[in-house]
Design a protein around this ligand. Sequence first.
Ligand SMILES: *Cc1c(COP(=O)(O)O)cnc(C)c1O
Length: 391
Amino acid sequence: MQGQPPLLVARMREHATSIFAEMSDLARRTGSINLGQGFPDTDGPAEVAEVARACIADGRGNQYPPAPGVPDLRQAIAEHSARFYRLSVDSDSGVVVTTGASEALQSTLLAFVERGDEVVMFEPRFDIYAAGVSLAGGVRVGVPLSGRGLRPDIDKLRAAITPRTKVLLLNSPHNPTGVVFTRDELEAVAEVAMEHDLLVISDEAYEHLWFEDHHHIPIATLPGMWERTVTIGSGGKSFSFTGWKVGWAYGPHELIRAVSAVRQHLSFVSGGPFQYAIAHGLRLPDTYFTEFRQDLAHKRDLLSDGLARCGLGVVPSQGTYFVTTDVRPLGYDDGATFCRDTAHRAKVIAIPHQLLCDDSTVGLPYVRWAFCKQPAVLEQALDQLSTGLAS
Ligand SMILES: *Cc1c(COP(=O)(O)O)cnc(C)c1O
């Protein structure tokens, strides 16, 4: 890896390299199968892609779309949240379309975090959260997910709140653990948010990727939470078009106005034709969403069962693209060493949790594997693992 870019501003120095870039680089150098990267290797519904193609051909969205997003997509986002969550979102003033969930997250942090404000989040975490807080000049505060199941511990959350805490940044279904927060857990989190008058940013990029009865519950649906929550979604994750980068934030008018004010100065607008296509996706019948989950659950089982047969301790995945394993049964204490060894021994790449935490003891023995890959790729990876890890 290259060192620090010497001219980079101080507040971004710790974010100059990313674990995903480092592990992808290792994948290339070792010729490994990359189960580190969280994107599907099959595209989403053909009819959704067809809408994008037709829009480009017909000149819909080829020029700057309206700043908050094309009305058709904002309407579809409102319909979708009414249909799945019985939320009543104002498609005019309560939604802003963004360049992926990523820009929605960063815009929201930049809109609400003053210099020195604390942003509390569970760890391990999605890596851009840390960079977003630094960009805003805030201070991040990690709260470890706890116990064998890697669940939110409300006492630890409560202990992390100070008078400077402004924002609670939530993510369920949770990347990297694969944990889906239960209603009880969300209610407890909501209580803390209300008690301390916190703003909640709820990253629901995986809202449609939950398995069995681990239903996704938007925290904004809980009593007293709508007013203080910005909810973020990702067309890339929900429709397997991660390259399109269409995301959104919705919530009460006053919050979304602030997010939009920042967002207009970042990418301003993006993905015109893709916005119409994602609108089509959001209106697909329930069968699409059910089959999407079933297909992914099958891949999850394939990978999880295989990893267990290799001797790893599997933390059952309830949602997302990912399953977490404990590497200690294989004689390792830390996931980063395991991942580097595994790239060489088995030519398979995974991501260590510890590099997604501030406290490197949190998540030390855990590793994240992506199962959003074709079954043949997963089977090949498992073959290599069972041979490579045994030798
Ligand atoms: C992928 C991901 C995002 C970013 O989504 P995009 O729509 O690709 O920007 C946000 N949050 C989590 C937890 C993710 O895994």
